[in-house]
Design a protein around this ligand. Structure first.
Ligand code: GTQ
Ligand code: FE2
Length: 367
């Protein structure tokens, strides 16, 4: 995408920060006179609302599944899925304070657990969501009347406004199921466009056969009468076997990209655009021993480790990771990956929203 201006060549100019340091007594008195009228002098707050480059309170951080799993298992004794509606542990960025509770200011993530026989009751919301399934057998998400059974690595996107509930159909005594959820909570919060409704019953009626949407839209064809709409989603399930197969296929003939290894983007098959309107999602494979070249972009990205081991260096912070761990690289921070054992990383961010609004920028460094 062509940038509206060059980010990398800041013209030399007086420092706008200078105007805020050391306001004179006269200026302070003036601020005091306009404040009761709910006015703020722009020159006083300029560096906060218009910093020279992206600034974030979010910190680079990693959540180790090995440490978290015992607490997830314990949560099933603390509350039922029905009572909790979603029995999930949110990943909270340690740099965020106050009401903010996301991994970044725009997106959230959590680990959700269900026991056999449980139902997480039906609801709908304006937030876009998705699940990346991690472990266990017998779990489904029902979206708009279609049950989607989930296996490890499957991505299930949850379009805004559609009724959904979850269940675990494994028999008594089968292990719990655990998956990773993400929502654009902060983004909808900033726009103050969040609606949330609970359905009248625990389960929204299932009216379409298993495999319906992927069966119709997942094979390079669409029903003949269908005309794609920009905000229309028709396919919810992206099975891991298919996406992983796409990576293997790329790898068979393409050179390893120094920044990304081999990387695919999840798309809406009827438009070719991002699979979700607000959040971009990607899957990449990085070979053992690879150190990626330094990169930064304006979307704070969250990574879920599907396979492999390694670490990611974000500025001065090193994040070690293994399967099922989650880590975050905040906006505009230089980072690279060091791969110890061939790794498959799922990642997501608010990039789709930023691109639509003309706000997305990236910079590729040299090694
Ligand atoms: O599974 O539908 O953790 O709507 C938060 C909000 C999970 C879900 C969460 C949700 C869900
Ligand atoms: Fe939900």
């Amino acid at each position: 995408m062509a940038a509206a201006f060059s980010l990398l060549q800041q013209p030399a100019r007086r420092d706008p920060m200078a105007s805020t340091s050391g306001a004179s007594q006269e200026q302070e008195a003036y601020f005091g006179r306009v404040a009761p009228l709910n006015l703020l002098p722009a020159w006083k707050v300029m560096p906060i609302y218009a910093p020279a480059e992206p600034k974030t309170p979010c910190l680079p951080a990693v959540w180790h599944f090995r440490e978290i799993k015992p607490h997830l298992l314990e949560s099933v004794r603390v509350i039922s899925a029905k009572e909790a509606e979603r029995r999930a542990l949110l990943l909270h960025n340690p740099g965020l304070t106050g009401a903010a509770h996301g991994i970044t200011q725009t997106i959230s993530g959590d680990y959700q657990i269900m026991l056999p026989g449980e139902i997480a009751p039906a609801h709908r919301h304006t937030q876009t969501a998705f699940r990346l399934f991690l472990e266990g057998d017998g779990a489904f998400t029902a979206i708009d009347g279609e049950k989607i059974y989930m296996k490890r690595g499957d991505l299930i996107i949850q379009p805004p406004g559609l009724w959904h509930h979850h269940g675990h159909e494994g028999g008594p005594g089968t292990p719990p199921v655990i998956w990773f959820d993400a929502l654009d909570v902060g983004l909808c919060g900033i726009f103050e466009s969040t609606f949330f409704h609970s359905f009248t019953q625990d389960e929204f009626p299932v009216t379409r056969p298993v495999g319906s949407t992927r069966g119709r839209y997942g094979s390079g064809v669409v029903p003949a009468s269908y005309r794609p709409q920009p905000l229309d989603y028709r396919m919810y399930a992206y099975p891991y076997a298919a996406t992983r197969g796409a990576l293997d296929s790329l790898r068979a003939t393409e050179a390893c990209d120094p920044y990304d290894g081999w990387k695919v983007r999840y798309v809406n098959p009827t438009t070719g655009d991002h699979a979700m309107t607000t959040m971009a999602a990607h899957l990449q494979i990085l070979p053992s021993g690879m150190t990626t070249a330094p990169y930064r972009s304006t979307d704070g990205a969250v990574f879920v480790v599907v396979e492999g081991h390694g670490r990611t260096v974000v500025g001065g912070t090193t994040l070690d990771w293994e399967p099922n761990d989650v880590f975050v690289v905040p906006s505009w921070q230089w980072h690279h990956h060091e791969i110890a054992g061939e790794a498959v990383l799922f990642s997501y961010s608010d990039r789709a929203a930023q691109e639509r609004l003309g706000l997305w920028f990236e910079e590729r460094g040299n090694r």
